[in-house]
Design a protein around this ligand. Sequence first.
Ligand code: SF4
Length: 179
Amino acid sequence: MLNLSELEKLGHSCGFTHVALLKVSTIDLLPEVREMCEKNTCHMYGKNWCCPPGVGTLEECAARLKKYENGILVQTVGQLEDALDGEGMMETEAAHKEHFDEMRDKLLEKYPNMLSIGSGCCTRCKKCTYPDAPCRMPDNTFASMEAYGMLVTSICQKNDLPYYYGPCTISYTGCFLLE
Ligand code: SF4
């Protein structure tokens, strides 16, 4: 049984604005999300071991999730100057990645077999080795919820965590599957 208040305290100390319990049974991996990746609007499709198709098929991703029942959702919510504040969006995204790395390091002490699933593509290396050579840091990287085929808004909703915090805000969400 996970202790939410302990995990919230840890999450807030890493900089996250919100932490919520996550039931792994609420996660569906959807071919429609993969189809959105295939449209390649982010220009990362087929360029990174942590993005489709390098991250594995939906069946392979589902097999990784099968080992877990409980985890947490973690969120960083940022304030924007206006709806077109790209700088504010990038700053919030970078902050979220920092919070995620710090939380991951702390959680690994207690949950060495956990599965980390973040947001955005892996940016550990200047140029990813995909597809010519194996990942340089397979134990120190993670795919995004979208790459797994998860519809983040729906998973938040099913676990009583808001996704939208009002005009001129942006939120980034990741999760840790712990037990
Ligand atoms: S750690 Fe490097 S090689 Fe591995 S997925 Fe990330 S960018 Fe690619």
